[in-house]
Design a binder for this molecule. Structure first.
Ligand SMILES: *Cc1c(COP(=O)(O)O)cnc(C)c1O
Length: 368
């Protein structure tokens, strides 16, 4: 085998999904399983489906094509570009939409392909990313009417999103405002949204506390089964969460970056010579810790920043990186490291995303 590789434990992912679905179904909430961090890996999507997920979502249309044989519905988790409508209708059953022009294009193409495309109409409740602004009542009504009336379309639901761009927290208040908006549309046009899709895993704490309005019957969740349900408590930003008072990076042993030692030598901890800048035009200072045993691993910032990975061997100190090298201090390690040895790292959400988008090979374990 060539290294580095990213090892993915599919049984842990399946198990996490099962626990997550049990929890949300108990609260009357249906889940769309978000696979986007894996960038279209069919094995991870299949594991989530084995865990009971009925809909898998991706952010990139080409990734949906990779999942076309999976026995579940597929969703495009962002607005389709007008340039990709044909593939969206072909490979997605559902998409998140916030533009009337996109709704019209989807209708036309769905009719042409003799398919029904489901629309999750997105409302922006304040996070200033996607969605029709919640105060633009007329625009919202026009979009709802279009989805209800145009051929080839079905209304999947009304959706909103928090904590992605604007860092807006999901609260009982903005959830209630969202439900109120949905109910007033339903009263005006005498119909019912099948789903009110009230957010992502940052809404978990509201469900757990029992204060998410019961009208919200749908969430779109990725990180929670990817990292385990406890991940979300006090979620701060992608890949980070509060543990106690500290904001700590959350990693999981379901994903292990395995890298090979390509050089192992004793070296001084302070460079010798006149100092200028490193490969990224940064100046640096070094503290003298004497001569230490230092290993070089065959990956670098090109694949993943070392701030987003965590050595499984706690005695290893990560010193830094250049584009293609990661340098670690193994002086204090109990294990006697050798040239060619493999060093394991847990990875956070950011690292998982970057690694899945890098050329690094993925291997799957516990694939049932
Ligand atoms: C990424 C995303 C989600 C899922 O977010 P998680 O943090 O993985 O739960 C849900 N909805 C939308 C629109 C997204 O882009």
């Amino acid at each position: 085998m060539h290294y580095p590789v990213l090892e993915i434990d599919l049984e842990k992912l399946r198990h996490n999904t099962e626990i997550e679905l049990e929890f949300f179904h108990r609260h009357g909430i249906e889940i769309m399983g978000v696979n986007k961090v894996f960038n279209g890996i069919a094995e991870t999507a299949a594991a989530v489906v084995r865990g009971g997920m009925k809909v898998v979502a991706e952010s990139i249309t080409a990734n949906l094509k990779k999942l076309k044989d999976l026995p579940c519905e597929k969703a495009l988790l962002r607005s389709p570009g007008l340039s990709e409508i044909e593939d969206v209708v072909r490979y997605a059953d559902i998409s998140l939409v916030s533009e009337i022009g996109t709704i019209e294009a989807l209708s036309k193409e769905a009719v042409r392909q003799n398919r029904v495309h489901k629309i999750l109409l997105m409302i922006d409740m304040g996070d200033i990313r996607e969605g029709i602004w919640f105060e633009e009542t007329e625009e919202i009504e026009t979009a709802v009417k279009a989805v209800l009336e145009l051929p080839g379309l079905a209304l999947y639901g009304l959706g909103t999103n928090y904590g992605c761009y604007g860092t807006v927290l999901a609260t009982e208040k903005n959830a209630r405002d969202f439900v109120e908006l949905a109910r007033s549309l339903e009263r005006k046009y005498s119909f019912r949204f099948p789903y009110l899709s009230g957010g992502n895993c940052s809404s978990y704490h509201l469900v757990e506390k029992g204060i998410l309005p019961k009208e919200i019957n749908h969430l779109r969740i990725g990180a929670q089964h990817i990292y385990g349900i406890e991940y979300v408590e006090g979620r701060y930003l992608d890949g980070y969460c509060h543990s106690g008072k500290e904001i700590e990076k959350y990693t999981s042993d379901a994903y292990i970056l395995k890298a090979e030692i390509i050089e192992l030598r004793r070296k001084p901890t302070v460079p010798v010579g006149e100092l200028g800048m490193d490969s990224f035009m940064r100046t640096k200072t070094f503290s003298d810790r004497g001569v230490r045993k230092q290993a070089i691993l065959s990956f670098g910032l090109q694949e993943v920043p070392c701030e987003s990975i965590h050595p499984v061997d706690e005695d290893i100190l990560v010193l830094g990186q250049t584009s293609n090298h990661t340098i670690i201090d193994v002086e204090d390690a109990e294990r006697e490291y050798r040239l060619g040895d493999i060093v394991d790292f847990e990875v956070d959400y950011t690292a998982l995303m970057l690694l899945c988008n890098s050329g690094i090979d993925k291997i799957f374990i516990n694939q049932k």
